[in-house]
Ligand binder design. Sequence first.
Ligand code: AQP
Length: 344
Amino acid sequence: MTTSLQRVFSGVQSTGNLHLGNYLGAIVKFVELQKSFECLYCVVDLHAITVPQNPTELRNNTREIAAAFLACGIDPKKNIVFNQSQVPEHAELAWVLNCVARIGWLNRMTQFKDKAGKDRENASVGLLDYPVLMAADILIYRATHVPVGDDQKQHLELARDIAQKFNNDFSESISRNSFGEAFFPLPEPLISGPATRVMSLRDGTKKMSKSDISDYSRINLADDADQIAQKVRKAKTDPEPLPSEEKGLEGRPEADNLVGIFAALSGRTKADILSEFGGTNFSNFKNALVDVAVAKLAPITARMREIRADETYVDTILRDGSERARSIARENMNAVKDIVGFLR
Ligand code: AQP
C-alpha cells in the first residue's frame, strides 16, 4: 500500500486568464514545495466544466495552464504534472464522497453562493458539488498538504470534514482491512506565502479573478510589458499619498493591495516599500511597480509562449504525468472499494 506521508497536491482550473493572484497565491508555492515534498500538480479540467466551456478553448486552456506550471519552474520529472480528466479515479472517488458529505455542508459554501448568484436554481449540480470533487482530488492521493490561496480555505476545511467522516463511518472496515485507524489523512491547507489574497486592480475589496469581466482588474500571466504597464497605471487608487508605515494602509484597500503586490513580486516587506515611497503620490510608485512586475513576469510569459507552441511536448508531459498519477490513484481507489464493500 502506498503511504501518504508528506504528499502535496494542488490544482488550477483550466479556465482562461491565469493571473497574478493564481501565480502569487498558488504557483509560487508549488515551485517552492517541490524542493521538500513529493508533489502532484493538476490542471483541474473536470472543475472547469462546472460552468459552460467551449471544447476547443478548454483544450487550449488545459495546455496553457500546464505550460504556466512548467514556465514558472515546476519540474515535471521530479513532480507529477497532469490533467484531472485523464485520471478517472478522481470522479470515481467523488461519487463515494458524495455519499459521505452532507447537503447542509455544501449549502454553506460561500464560493457556490458567490458564483451561482441570484440564479441559484439554474446553476449546475457540478458547481454545488465542486468542493466534493476537490476533496476527492486531494484524498485520492492521500495527500497531506495542499497549497492554495486564501479563497480556498473553506473548501479545504470541508475536505478535512469529509475525510474525517469517511474514517469514522468506515472505521471498522478500515481496521479490518488493515489500514490502521484512519484511512485518509486530514489534509493541511498551506495558505501562507507572499500574497494569499491578491485583490482586483479595479476594486481593492474584490478578489482578483479569472472571471471578472474587466481585463483591467487583473494582470494575466500572458500579458506583455505594455499591457502590464497600462493596467498598473490605470489601477484604482485613492487621492492620499502613500503612508510611511503599514498601519496607514488600514481602510485603504487599493493602496494595500498594490503595496502587497509590490512586496510579493520583489521579495521585500511592505514596511520596506513604504519607507521608500511613503509620502509620495502614486505615480512614482506605480512606475516602479511596473518595472518590478515586468522584470518578474516577462521571462515567465516568454517561456510560457515557447512551451505552449510545442503542443506535442505539453501533451506528452500531461499524458506521462497522468499515467504516474493513475498508478497511485488506482491503488488508493481499490482500497476504498474494499473498505466500502464493492466487489472487484
Ligand atoms: N486573487 C487571488 N489571490 C490569491 N490566490 C488566488 N487564487 C485564485 N485567485 C487568487 C488561487 O489560485 C489557485 C487556482 O485557482 P483556480 O483556478 O483553481 O480557481 P479560482 O479560485 O476559481 O480562480 P479565480 O481566478 O478566482 O477564478 P474564478 O474567476 O472562476 O473564480 C487556487 O489555489 C486559488 O486559491
